[in-house]
Design a protein. Structure first.
Length: 233
């Protein structure tokens, strides 16, 4: 049991180190925090072994201590090469979870790029933040603007009860009416745009929200290549 607790502490510390950009965690600089997490995990593991009448003798305890020391050094190394390893980690996440934005930095002026992998249904589905709230959208270059379902609009803090549906739109279900609004903020990873035009579809007219040209046209560029969509800010 203590082994799993120690491994959990080590893994949690590693994730906090990799995801932190401020240089401080819980009031400690990242180096102190990293060593502290490692030492805490090591002490829990060794204490558990001793309290459980560790039967392997001093040689086995020493061997395990060296193993944990190597793990701790690996944790520090992981943080030291965080910038180099982040693109690899995001690419792996993109393969395992299609639709997840993978942020990379290009060599040309440090321009931010976001790559989105095609889903099994053939669509590019982006995880978008609308007014700070997560919304899943199908990328649709044929849509002149973002189109939100009423459910997604409510989740983003938009009151749809008093809206007037007066804009004619054509969807997969046929022609319907929508309400025009302006979204305060729309973001995919680091690609953030404010005051973005959007439409709210009538209830039942749309099964999933669409990421249309009112957002895409405000990017520097976007490109479909094989199974990937690349958005450049």
């Amino acid at each position: 049991m203590t082994t799993w607790v120690a491994l959990f502490i080590l893994a949690l510390g590693g994730m906090m180190l990799v995801s932190n950009d401020s240089g401080m965690i819980a009031g400690l600089d990242v180096t102190t925090f990293g060593y502290g997490a490692f030492l805490l995990a090591l002490l829990i593991y060794l204490a558990g072994g001793l309290l459980g009448h560790y039967g392997g003798g001093a040689a086995t305890i020493a061997r395990d201590a060296v193993t944990w020391l190597a793990l701790g050094l690996g944790l520090v190394t992981l943080y030291a090469y965080k910038e180099e390893l982040t693109p690899i980690a995001t690419r792996v996440v993109g393969e395992l979870l299609p639709g997840t934005a993978m942020t990379v930095e290009t060599s040309a002026g440090g321009l931010a790029e976001v790559k989105i992998r095609k889903r099994l249904n053939g669509h590019f589905t982006a995880k978008v933040e609308v007014n700070g709230k997560p919304v899943s959208m199908i990328v649709d270059t044929g849509a002149s603007s973002i189109v939100l379902t009423p459910e997604d609009a409510r989740a983003a803090g938009i009151d749809v009860n008093e809206m007037t549906f007066s804009v004619p739109v054509l969807t997969a279900n046929g022609r319907t009416m929508a309400a025009r609004i302006w979204l305060e903020d729309v973001a995919i990873g680091p690609l953030d745009r404010t005051r973005v035009e959007a439409l709210i579809a009538q209830p039942g007219a749309l099964s999933q929200s669409l990421l249309g040209m009112s957002f895409l046209s405000r990017l520097r560029s976007y490109e479909f290549s094989g199974d990937y969509l690349t958005l450049r800010g």
